[in-house]
Design a protein around this ligand. Structure first.
Ligand code: PEP
Ligand code: MG
Length: 882
């Protein structure tokens, strides 16, 4: 077995296709070599070695000699020797898994320096630079490999800076650095209890092991857990000749994206620092300069850099994220990878790349992760909102968020555990990889330091959360837990708003609105619509929801929960009157009052949905849900209805159920009280006739909930048909309509053939179907489902993602039997799963006609449906390529 793969000279041993073995970084270093980019020479130790090491706690036989050969290769290309006292070769040792895990694992730079080689390096360049590299190496190696606290070294550096009045490390002279190095060596020994290793080979093996070990640090494990990255993959190690961005003012280190990672704009976006090494940028401690400034400082290098960016984008056909170093005017590319971007940028980049013909429209659609588009629907500050901006920083990740200030990631985790709905803005001087668990739970981030590629910015874009960084007017006192923003003082727990689209920090809560869909997103969605087979409808209960649903591209309403109309403040009283009525006559009197209200709503919804079907479900929830909960409210209701409290208590007692979700609800209400269904049917058909007369094309579909037997359906259908005929006769108009049923009780799926003979359509109510198939209460199961997932009993929460094995089996069965009962029976789904990408795939695979989901999930469902269709085509074409 081959352990190492060389790159950086002529043809590399590997290529971009070998990510499994070389990791992302190694594969791209090989690929860049192969397309002629200037890459410092080096070699990659394969991921297989990491897996072996983690399993056996030792290196595989034969690795040693291969690594030695690798070092010989680098020595030959650069003309320096590893450990050579005259012309020392320094290397970097970096991790690089198949999937990028930025900042999660370890890196050691400037390896190969010791008391002797530092002098050789000084003679080759200059003493200041050599000592600067040495002190960096001691700190990094002691921290990463020997487990010392790096902050102890930072303390020494700060003291020395202050002692000589230097503002930044770049101003420290050689004499000071010599002192720093000597103090560092003493400190390293004190902290680790051993002499700092002087033998470069000992250093190298220590670093390789440390990189392997860093695969299993808690932060790396947490990062993988959040992103579903398998723990078994392991990391590669890249050992590469150092090139130096800290050789003086004509040297620099920088990072760049070939397009803007926040907005997607087709413009290079980057930053750099003169006389610095890569970690200085990522740490976000010094604020770097924008890349355009390089066009003035080193125009030749800048031009070359842009040409390389273009070449890489064309080669990889995607936006790239690069690290580069300029060593005394010579440009080196150290890394390239597909750039992380906000969902908004992903959309614009995919759309424009398709328009530039760099990728196909299909690829553009497939590049947008349906799950990520929820972030595009992040609230933004309302255009008419009035607010005062306390301070401005860099707009690092768009969208706005409002929440309480929290100063540590650990505290975010704790607060969210107490209250999942708490809104939190994590406010820090800068963030680091250790903060990721808290960041995953916070609603937005604000940092005082850092630029657009700082840790906070990159993580925020990856997570699709609003973020402002580099806010110079922000000061945090972690000891007193006070925050100073502009001229104001805040305490942890005070509420602020951040606007990640503009970089603003605002006091208190600000009015927000749902964002408009961008032109590029609408374009991508229109392409998606051409590829998908599944219809996409919305679950919408009000005319406003319906209008929003249309603007998101819903092709009708798949579920209008009529009871939601009864909860409005002006209606709940009438509903209560109906529930409290002594007899049918009393109920009818109340229903008469509800009729015009429902009719008005339905009319407006039909208008909005002109030409599209509207599925209206008859009353579903148990009646006690409409009654007041508190004593005070109950007394008010009794007074309003002119009944005694004893009477109210008696009704409440009569309605009380031990298992209300399995109780008097759904079609059972309409069967026991047909007058309720009658009123609802009347409201539907009167509204439909009126709309039809007003030129609207109406397609009402009346849906009966919670049916478990065809006889129930038959009874309810009869009521609906009778009322429809009455209304048509009275109005002198007819409208086409359907009467169908929800399939949400397991028995209905089993008896679907019989039900289908009498129903015009089925809509799978997978919320209740999941509840009843598992016997898990949909309102309370969260108490144990989290633990079930941890234990691996369930892979996902079955209320979020359809359980294919059980609930999915019943849906398939219902579909098959339903179509046996009636050929071409129309089939949809309207449980929450209709907006979940995995479940949408399932619905496509089994051949449903449409999915229906909450309004804000409609765009994601359109995309997911297109993905399902395109991936099916690829599979049936037998190809693996998109
Ligand atoms: C369902 O049960 O899946 C459904 C859509 O109905 P509801 O959520 O209103 O019970
Ligand atoms: Mg239901």
């Amino acid at each position: 077995m081959k352990f190492i793969y060389r790159f950086g000279s002529h043809r590399a041993d590997g290529s971009a296709r070998m990510r499994d073995i070389l990791g992302g970084k190694g594969a791209n270093l090989a690929e860049m070599t192969n397309i002629g980019l200037p890459v410092p020479p080096g070699f990659t130790i394969a991921t297989t070695v990491c897996r072996y090491y983690l399993r056996h706690q030792q290196m595989p036989k034969g690795l040693k000699s291969e690594v030695e050969q690798g070092i010989r290769f680098i020595e030959k290309v650069v003309g320096r020797g590893f450990g050579d006292e005259e012309r020392p070769l320094l290397v970097s040792v970096r991790s690089g898994a198949k999937v990028s895990m930025p900042g999660m694992m370890d890196t050691v730079l400037n390896l190969g320096l010791n008391e002797k080689t530092v002098q050789g390096l000084a003679r080759l360049s200059n003493e200041r630079f050599a000592l600067d590299s040495y002190r960096r190496f001691i700190q990094m190696y002691a921290g990463v490999v020997l487990g010392a606290k790096e902050a102890e070294f930072e303390k020494i550096l700060k003291e020395e800076r202050e002692g000589c009045g230097a503002k930044s490390d770049a101003e420290l002279d050689a004499a000071t650095l010599r002192r720093v190095v000597s103090r560092y060596l003493t400190k390293a020994q004190e902290l680790t209890g051993q002499e700092f290793p002087q033998d470069p080979w000992v250093q190298l093996w220590g670093a390789i092991e440390a990189v392997f070990e860093s695969w299993n640090t808690p932060r790396a494990v947490e990062y993988r857990r959040l992103r579903n990255i398998p723990d078994t993959m392991g990391t590669a190690v890249n050992i590469q000749a150092m090139v130096f961005g800290n050789l003086g003012e004509d040297s620099a280190t920088g990072v760049a994206f070939t397009r803007n990672p926040g907005t997607g704009e087709n413009r290079v976006e980057g930053e750099y620092l003169n006389n610095a090494q890569g970690e200085d940028i990522v740490a976000g401690i010094r604020t770097p300069k924008p890349l355009e400034q390089l066009s003035q400082e080193q125009p030749g290098v800048y031009k070359k850099l842009l040409a390389y960016f273009r070449r890489l984008e064309h080669h990889y056909r995607d936006m790239q994220d690069l690290e580069f170093t300029i060593e005394e005017g010579r440009l080196w590319i150290l890394q390239c990878r597909t750039g992380e971007r906000t969902p908004r940028a992903a959309v614009r980049i995919a759309c424009e790349m398709a328009q530039e013909r760099l990728i196909s429209q299909k690829e553009a659609v497939l590049r947008i992760e349906p799950k990520s588009v929820a972030a595009l629907l992040h609230p933004q500050i309302a255009p008419d909102a009035k607010y005062t901006v306390l301070a401005k920083g860099i707009a690092a990740s768009p969208g706005a968020a409002c929440g309480r200030i929290v100063l540590s990631a650990a505290r975010v985790v704790e607060l969210k555990r107490q209250d999942e709905k708490a809104k939190i803005i994590l406010v820090r001087h800068e963030t680091s990889a250790d903060d990721v668990a808290g960041m995953a739970r916070a609603d937005g981030f604000l940092t005082a330091a850092g630029g657009t590629t700082s840790h906070a910015a990159v993580v925020a874009r990856g997570m699709g959360k609003p973020c402002v960084v580099g806010c110079a007017d922000l000061r945090i006192d972690y000891d007193t837990r006070k925050v100073f923003i502009g001229s104001k003082q805040f305490s942890e727990g005070d509420v602020i708003t951040i606007n990640g689209s503009e970089g603003e920090v605002i006091e208190g809560e600000v009015k927000m609105v749902a964002p408009e869909l961008s032109r590029e997103f609408l374009t991508i969605l229109s392409w998606a619509d051409r590829f998908r087979r599944l219809g996409v409808r919305a679950n919408a209960d009000t005319p406003e929801d319906a209008a929003q649903a249309r603007s998101f591209g819903a092709e009708g309403i798949g579920l209008c929960r009529t009871e939601h109309m009864f909860f409005a403040p002006d209606r709940i009283g009438v509903m209560q009157e109906m529930i409290m009525a002594e007899d049918e006559a009393g109920r009818r009197r109340a229903l008469e009052k509800l009729l015009p209200m429902q009719r008005d709503d339905f009319y407006k919804i039909f208008r909005v949905m002109d030409g599209f079907p509207v599925t209206i479900r008859t009353l579903d929830p148990p009646l006690h849900e409409f009654l007041p909960k508190s004593q005070d409210e109950t007394e008010k209701m009794a007074r309003r209805l002119g009944v005694s409290m004893d009477y109210v208590k008696a009704v409440v007692e009569r309605l009380r159920e031990d298992n209300p979700m399995l109780g008097f609800r759904g079609c059972r209400l309409g069967i026991i009280h047909p007058e309720i269904t009658e009123m609802q049917a009347r409201a539907i058909f009167e509204a439909a006739c009126q709309a039809e007369q007003d030129g609207v094309r109406v397609h009402p579909e009346v849906m009966i909930p919670l049916v478990s037997d065809v006889a129930e359906f038959r009874l309810q259908r009869a009521v609906v048909e009778r009322v429809a005929e009455e209304v048509f006769a009275r109005r002198g108009v007819r409208v086409d309509y359907l009467v169908g049923t929800m399939i949400e009780v397991p028995r209905a799926a089993i008896l679907a053939r019989e039900i289908a003979r009498e129903a015009d359509f089925f809509s799978f109510g997978t919320n209740d179907l999941t509840q009843m198939t598992f016997g898990f209460s949909r309102d309370d199961a969260d108490r144990f489902l989290g633990r079930y997932e941890e234990l691996g009993i369930l892979k996902q929460n079955p209320f979020d993602t359809l359980d294919r094995a059980g609930v999915g089996f019943l849906v398939s069965l219902g579909k098959r039997l339903g179509r046996q009962g009636k050929r071409g029976l129309k089939l949809g789904i309207c449980g929450e799963h209709g907006g979940d990408p995995d479940s949408v795939h399932f619905c496509h695979e089994i051949g449903l006609d449409y999915v229906s989901c909450s309004t804000y999930r409609v765009p994601g469902a359109r995309l997911a449906a297109a993905h399902a269709a395109l991936q099916e085509r690829t599979r049936s074409a037998g190809g693996g390529k998109r």
